[in-house]
Design a protein around this ligand. Structure first.
Ligand code: FAD
Length: 306
């Protein structure tokens, strides 16, 4: 058995594992896809002290850094159940299980997609999910934000300062964002809000997005909006389905952690996009991974020697 098992090989999990290995802790680092969401991005320009990198390179760098330590890296492992106890058990696949004195959960999240034609084809070619990451690419351009909740409204306000024009499309008859954000949007001269708007297709010229088709749900009329970028902001889904009923989750399915990354299960810690930490970013996830790694180490040195 491991002293600490880290589940998830994205920035948060890799960071936790490196901090643990540097303490001489016997550490396992398992996950489905090394690098996590980082693999899905092209340019990364907000990893502080690294002015520019890209997803595949950062994923390879994360692996190289982890491999420089005695970390037991096991790829292609899907955790399916967590069983708390004296030793925490993590079931993987149908039959196998791994045990450890403490566990760090770092299974990340995935962005909810519109599931319309063209969305996948034009991903990173105008279709994006992260205003903090990709907003600056659309300086002086016309963009749409899909979703009128708080994330969509914040994205629109963010983009209004960069883009030429922003159109917010909300599926429901009203936007669900907080009133203060909606007031700010109303006061922004280059932002329009369309409610009852169901996105139906992303249109492009083969290399870049050129338009978005949507249906006005009130009239049934189809429309086409010419634009350069589409920011999809309809929810970030944490990869925590397998923890339901065992580890405390909030109403969005995010693992609830305290300032030390502790969950409500003894010796089970969590970090990164799978938790209720505000802001889902690489630097935030690596910082939280360090915290959870150090906290799990501390929980071991405070456990009585049998
Ligand atoms: P993840 O990166 O999601 O990693 C989760 C890990 O857990 C993966 O290894 C996954 O395979 C594994 N896993 C999931 N479920 C299980 C399971 N049941 N069993 C075992 N393993 C499991 N952030 C920035 O700071 N700058 C950017 O420019 C930027 N651009 C982005 C662009 C895109 C397209 C996307 C999708 C995200 C972007 N982000 C960016 C956000 C950033 O990628 C995330 O905040 C960060 O990767 C979160 O790290 P994490 O380790 O918490 O989770």
């Amino acid at each position: 058995p491991y002293q600490v098992l880290v589940v998830g090989q994205g920035p948060a999990g890799v960071s936790a594992a490196i901090y643990l290995a540097r303490k001489g802790i016997r550490t396992g680092l398992v996950g489905e896809r090394f690098g996590g969401q980082v693999n899905d991005t092209l340019a990364i320009e907000n990893l502080i002290s690294v002015p520019h990198t890209d997803g595949p390179k950062l994923a390879a760098d994360l692996r190289a850094h982890a491999s420089a330590y005695e970390i037991d890296i096991i790829d292609g492992v899907k955790a399916t159940e967590l069983v708390p106890g004296e030793q925490v058990e993590v079931k993987v696949g149908d039959e196998a299980s791994l045990r450890a004195d403490a566990v760090v959960l770092a299974t990340g999240a995935r962005w909810r997609h519109m599931n319309v034609p063209g969305e996948d084809e034009y991903r990173n070619k105008g279709v994006t999910y992260c205003p903090h990451c990709d907003g600056p690419l659309f300086k002086g351009k016309d963009v749409a934000v899909i979703g009128g909740g708080n994330s969509g409204a914040e994205a629109a306000l963010d983009l209004a300062g960069v883009a030429r024009h922003v159109t917010v499309l909300e599926f429901a008859p009203t936007c669900k964002a907080d009133q203060i954000l909606l007031d700010r949007l109303d006061a922004s001269p280059n932002v329009d809000i369309l409610t009852n708007a169901a996105a139906s297709e992303v249109v492009g010229d083969g290399s870049q997005v050129t338009a978005l088709r949507y249906t006005d749900r009130a009239s049934g009329q189809p429309h086409e909006l010419a634009l350069d970028g589409i920011f999809v902001q309809i929810g970030l889904v944490p990869n925590t389905e397998w923890l339901k009923g065992v580890v405390g989750l909030d109403n969005r399915g995010q693992i609830v952690v305290d300032a030390k990354g502790a969950t409500d299960v003894p010796r089970v810690f969590a970090a990164g996009d799978c938790t209720d930490v505000p802001y889902k970013q690489i630097v935030v996830a690596t910082g939280a991974g360090a915290t959870a790694g150090l906290s799990s180490w501390e929980s071991l040195i405070r456990t009585a020697v049998p």
